[in-house]
Write a protein that binds this ligand. Structure first.
Ligand SMILES: Cc1ncc(COP(=O)(O)O)c(C=O)c1O
Length: 417
């Protein structure tokens, strides 16, 4: 059913046949990014493993209609949620007294972490706080500051796109409620100096959030595989809170992230309680009221299905695939990887041609690489499925480099015009 451009779409008077509704949906879906063919480099993190997909599909169906709002009615969800948060806390070496909460994604975990920090600072008399974060931190921190009424202080990056610890130190003042670093960051996949940043914050008595939304399900298993990783988690005394997304490299379907605090008593600041209404005591541990249940089940199921060994095995191949992409890109004339990405995420530029024009040529062939700016580059989050599509991508990239043409003028944009 089509609506005239600009007109408001209205509820159909009579229901339509399911076959027609589904046909229309699948028809529209044809215009979406072809992630199952390895064409996207963010948003979806496919393993390409049929057994993983069938576990995820089954648990999603099993919990499609439930509601995680009320653990008294759905105790199975409460148990799975606790198992997921416990597992993530231990992966990140949180101490026994740590506490962790489940959320719908990295943005909500970060929002909760910022809220908790604001409340803790308020207890020591800060009325107009600020959050200090490097320019590469995810926009979720700016959004969280906006929602919680805090000021934002962004600090410039070093030439290798990592946080500049001295700039961060200079930005902290008595009203700073939280300092942030990325382990690792989204734009270039590089590790911030979490050790130095958390120490600086700790010396000033300010909490420090190590954002492992992407890295939380990569770095622990890289370490298991013997890769040397600079410290980034609760083993650092200055790290007070972390976020790790099960719905990224944890391979759960969307809607699953964990926020971990060094002290479980801090969780009280993100728990909302209300009993001044006729229905009595009401409590939510995160932002939502009614809450999808399937992400909880999916996160629990995939972590139990894969286990530590399963994640290690997937990552071993993913590291090899990432090396193939890196070597292939670096071998093409003028192309250069930006900074020193630690995991399966990279951005690259061209010293010889217009990298955005190269991006356009890749778009023409159905590939979806986000653009980055300062300097201009193309961005890739590599997933296990890409192993099957690496050669084809590199061949199309070589062709794009040889026939760059003119840029259509599409600049760096994530999901906006
Ligand atoms: C480093 C980092 N932090 C936070 C987020 C926000 O996560 P989400 O999109 O799940 O809200 C992202 C998303 O890509 C990220 O890369």
């Amino acid at each position: 059913m089509s609506t005239a451009p600009g007109a408001r779409h209205t509820l159909p008077e009579f229901g339509r046949r399911a076959t027609d509704v589904l046909a229309e949906m699948y028809d529209r879906k044809r215009g979406d990014a072809e992630w199952t063919r390895g064409r996207t480099f963010s948003l979806v993190y496919p393993t390409g493993l049929a057994d993983v997909d069938s576990v995820l599909t089954e648990v999603n169906i099993a919990y499609l209609f439930e509601n995680a709002l009320n653990p008294l009615r759905f105790p199975s969800l409460a148990v799975m949620e606790r198992h997921v948060t416990d597992m993530v806390a231990s992966m990140l070496h949180a101490p026994d007294i740590a506490g962790a909460g489940f959320s719908s994604g990295g943005t909500e975990s970060i929002l909760l972490s910022v809220l908790v920090s604001r409340e803790r600072a308020a207890a020591r008399g800060v009325t107009k706080g600020n959050v200090v974060f490097p320019a590469s931190a995810h926009p979720a921190f700016a959004k969280a500051a906006f929602v919680t009424g805090l000021d934002v202080r962004t600090t410039p990056l070093r030439d290798d796109f990592t946080a500049d610890a001295s700039e961060v130190a200079a930005a902290i003042d008595d009203n700073t409620v939280l300092v942030v670093g990325s382990a690792y960051g989204n734009p270039h996949g590089v590790m911030d100096p979490i050790g130095a940043l958390s120490e600086i914050a700790g010396e000033r008595g300010v909490p420090f959030h190590s954002d492992a939304c992407i890295g939380g399900f990569v770095l622990p298993f890289m370490e298991d595989l013997g890769v040397e990783i600079p410290p980034y988690d609760f083993r650092l005394p200055g790290v007070t809170q972390m976020s790790a997304d099960v719905h990224k490299y944890g391979y759960a379907t969307k809607g699953a992230s964990v926020v971990v605090y060094r002290d479980k008593s801090w969780l009280a600041h993100q728990t909302f309680r209300y009993d001044v209404w006729p229905s009595g005591a009401y409590r939510t541990p995160s932002m939502a009221g009614a809450r999808a249940a399937s992400p909880v089940a999916a996160a629990w199921a995939i972590m139990n299905y894969l286990g530590r060994r399963g994640y290690q095995s997937i990552l071993k191949d993913l590291i090899a695939t990432t090396e193939r992409f890196k070597n292939g890109i670096s071998s093409l004339p003028g192309l250069r990887i930006l900074g020193d990405p630690i995991g399966p995420l990279l951005s690259f530029t061209s010293d010889a041609s217009d990298i955005f024009a190269i991006g356009d040529r890749l778009d023409d062939r159905g590939w979806c690489c986000n653009r980055v700016k300062d300097p201009s580059g193309l961005h890739m989050m590599i997933s296990p499925l890409h192993a099957r599509h690496c050669d084809e991508f590199l061949s199309d990239l070589a062709d794009a480099v040889a026939n760059t043409g003119v840029s259509r003028g599409i600049g760096a944009r994530y999901n906006d015009e």
